[in-house]
Design a protein around this ligand. Sequence first.
Ligand code: GDP
Length: 434
Amino acid sequence: SGIVAVVGRPNVGKSTLFNRFTESRKAIVNDVAGVTRDRNYGKVEWNGREFSIIDTGGYVDGSDDIFEDEIRRQVHLAIEESDVILFVVNVEDGITELDNGVAELLRKSNKEFVLVVNKVDNNKRSLDATEFYSLGLGEYYCISSINGSGTGDLLDEVVNKLPEEIPVEDEDLPKLAFVGRPNVGKSSTVNILLDENRNIVTDMAGTTRDSISTRFSKFGHDFIMVDTAGLRKKRNVNEDVEFYSTLRSVRTIENSDVCILIIDATRGVEAQDVSIFNLIQRNRKGLVVMVNKWDLIENKDTNTINEFKERIHRRFAPFVDIPIIFTSAVTKQRIIKVLEEAMIVYERRTTRIATSKINDVMLPVIEAYPPPAYKGKYIKIKYGMQLPTHAPTFAFYCNLPQYIKDPYKRYIENKFRENFELTGVPIQIFFRKK
Ligand code: GDP
């Protein structure tokens, strides 16, 4: 894994490049049904390596003069938080002042970066591109995001610059991550859990330079809490920048098995909560939702809880089979319950379901409501099994998989959830040719 940030002026072609990269993955692995494609975040697979890509362009809005400051700020954050920066320039425009500014920031940093000259659609333009040597960034890659030329070499170079993966020690312990918008109570929660463990906690280097994980114990179980460094010490960057918290969340989510998504009860479910939820789902990590600051909600009764749960379900649909716990980090109410639930989700996510069990349950379900015929062709599903992947993935073998549509896939997923314990666990179901 690793995080690649795409930076550059507006309209140089960042999002076209982003789409090209993320679609190359989409062709290999179907996206999880029902998850909206995020225009800022995607996963890319190339030569057996996988990385996350973040298009900073999606985070900028405002007038032209806001742009300049905002872009500089994003480059700063990208230098701090990502592993590789793709600096995109446009051969049609040549070098602009802002390009020079970004180049200077990159030269001063010791961050890995790749200079990408976009819109090189023909030979004449590849001659024009030589001008970009004067940015002082060395070699550059010429591409055309529109027709795809050069993107293979570029991907080779990006993968080449990704950091080596250092496996976390005690790889088999549950790795938990607390994620959420700024100020929802992540640090408070982490500090409660770690302070109670003062004598047991041990810090260990994570998979990347700046992500420290901490090992601790609770009710007889050992856990690893991911990315505690960012939460225990005061941060020196403005965390309110959504781009920054997304980078931070991506890093944390990727390193975990189960994510605890904290929502602020006084604010309800906001857009940023939904985008972090989508990150968790797309990385297919276990999930527990923790509605924090419940102490601040007045006049609560059982209805208050149900109403809040319904709001969460509406925003997170169709994936609503999730544990939701109402907590207070101030009174320490139900924080331990969250941990217990996370442990249960971890167990569910790692338990494999036997092929015979899957077929005993699912074949009658399929027989009762088979996939609708397509243009008079009958679709016959023969059997299913769990694949040997990390996150639960199931394959059903059939004659005409390409004709099985999303509503039917959802029906199968719902039946899976009714019959097997999968609350809090995103699953993937493929239909394959026998
Ligand atoms: P983070 O940015 O997500 O790490 O959030 P913090 O843990 O720093 O908390 C932000 C603010 O919310 C602090 O002032 C906390 O004291 C407060 N806070 C956190 N959890 C709770 C809670 O359960 N109830 C109340 N009333 N305040 C909380």
